[in-house]
Design a protein around this ligand. Structure first.
Ligand SMILES: [Zn+2]
Length: 413
């Protein structure tokens, strides 16, 4: 039984306390104590660094490597699964030890991770996003061809549904396929060419059945919800988190506060779409104009939600943009009114609570699993975070970076 001590650094324990000088003692993969004066066989020198809980990104797509529909059409079906191996590694190198996959990854990917066949963050999967006909997940193109971003397969059922009874069956299919969380699009979105982010999708009767079936299976629901109506139908029916939340009016914010609904802003997402367009990735004109249209409303909504005290968890939509840039989201949240400590909390304890894993993850406290990030410098400095990741641990085992005390050298990915 090796006792490992993360010694000489500052500790951000995730609970909301300010970082303070302390040592973290780990044994058998668990945090045993946080404080000083501990004996250990193995000492990790954390001088000049901050020791944090492993970070959690509540909205990623590990099977997406940018959204270039022309490229996706020319990519063999199974290729994205191999890209996912690379994307998961890149994400882990960034200090993220847990993710929630917001569609794409299936049970095979999750099981390969859980069995240790591939390295990456722990992962909750939603498999495929439930969408109405003509909704955010519908790959129908104006020429009549159907080009879904995610081709259905035996482990990833088609989830285009209309009506309450079809909804019941599709949620059960997702549960059968191994979903840890159910994702639904209650509004249009940016990347889908034939819908509008300002329109609500699905009616109360449909969403009520979805939540009822998910709850019966012990699962939470996350809603891609951009339109005001789509946000409200989600909150009214007990959906746990609003993803994106682009058109939040004051009533929606009040409803979220009353119901305890979470917001996962994904401020990186529309920016990633616009930077892809700027770099020449071919995109439908409708997609580019929607990305521009939503940007300002999105920032305005999220800043009002922050000011009102809505519960927020960090999520990036990585996969739409590049994997590994996840930590840029913290600076974007701070630009809209969060303190740095709040942004870190949204990326640790709060995200763990959203995912329902707060008993084991999200803070550095006795009894918690020892997922640990050693970050060069102070948490009040949000610049160049990716380059400041020294070392990453899961269950007390080094999984990325090294113990030399130097910031991690970029692997060139
Ligand atoms: Zn997404």
């Amino acid at each position: 039984m090796t006792r490992t001590l993360f010694a000489g650094g500052s500790v951000f324990d995730g609970t909301g306390s300010d970082p303070a000088p302390a040592d973290v003692l780990v044994e058998d993969g668990l945090v045993v104590n946080v404080g000083s004066g501990f004996e250990a066989d193995d000492v990790v020198d954390c001088a000049g660094a901050t020791v944090l809980p492993g970070l959690i990104d509540s909205h990623v797509h590990v099977l997406f490597s940018g959204i270039n529909v022309l490229r996706m059409m020319q990519t063999p079906f199974s290729y994205p699964f191999y890209e996912a191996v690379h994307n998961l590694r890149t994400t882990l190198d960034t200090g993220i030890t847990t993710v929630r996959d917001a569609s794409g990854a299936d049970l095979g990917v999750a099981q390969a991770l859980r069995d240790g066949l591939i390295a990456g963050p722990r992962m909750q999967i939603s498999i495929s996003m439930v969408s109405q006909t003509g909704g955010h997940g519908d790959g129908w193109q104006p020429c009549g061809a159907v080009m879904p971003l995610l081709v259905p397969h035996p482990g990833r059922p088609s989830t285009i549904v209309d009506g309450a009874e079809e909804m019941r069956r599709v949620v059960r299919e997702l549960v059968r396929a191994g979903a840890d969380v159910i994702k639904v699009a209650t509004s249009g979105g940016v990347l889908s060419p034939r819908d509008d982010p300002r329109h609500g999708h699905f009616r109360d009767a449909e969403i009520a059945v979805l939540v009822e079936e998910a709850t019966a299976a012990g699962l939470f629901v996350m809603a891609h919800a951009q339109a005001t109506d789509g946000i409200k139908v989600a909150i009214r029916n007990g959906i746990r988190s609003i993803e994106h939340g682009i058109y939040l009016d004051d009533q929606a914010i009040e409803m979220m506060l009353a119901a305890g609904t979470w917001l996962v802003p994904t401020l990186s997402a529309p920016r990633a779409v616009l930077s892809m367009a700027d770099s020449g990735v071919p995109m439908p004109a409708a997609v580019i104009s929607k990305a521009r249209m939503v940007l300002e409303s999105h920032d305005d909504s999220v800043s009002r939600a922050i000011a009102a005290g809505v519960k927020i968890a960090m999520g990036t939509d990585s996969g739409v943009g590049p994997h590994g840039d996840n930590l840029g989201e913290l600076g974007l949240m701070v630009d809209l009114g969060m303190t740095a400590a709040q942004a870190w909390r949204a990326s640790t304890a709060s995200a763990a609570e959203l995912l329902g894993i707060q008993e084991e993850f999200g803070t550095l406290e006795p009894g918690k699993r020892a997922d640990v990030l050693v970050l060069e410098g102070s948490t009040s400095d949000l610049a160049d975070l990716r380059d400041r990741v020294r070392a990453v641990y899961q269950d007390g085992v080094l999984v990325a970076g090294d113990r030399s005390g130097n910031p991690r050298v970029q692997a060139g990915n």
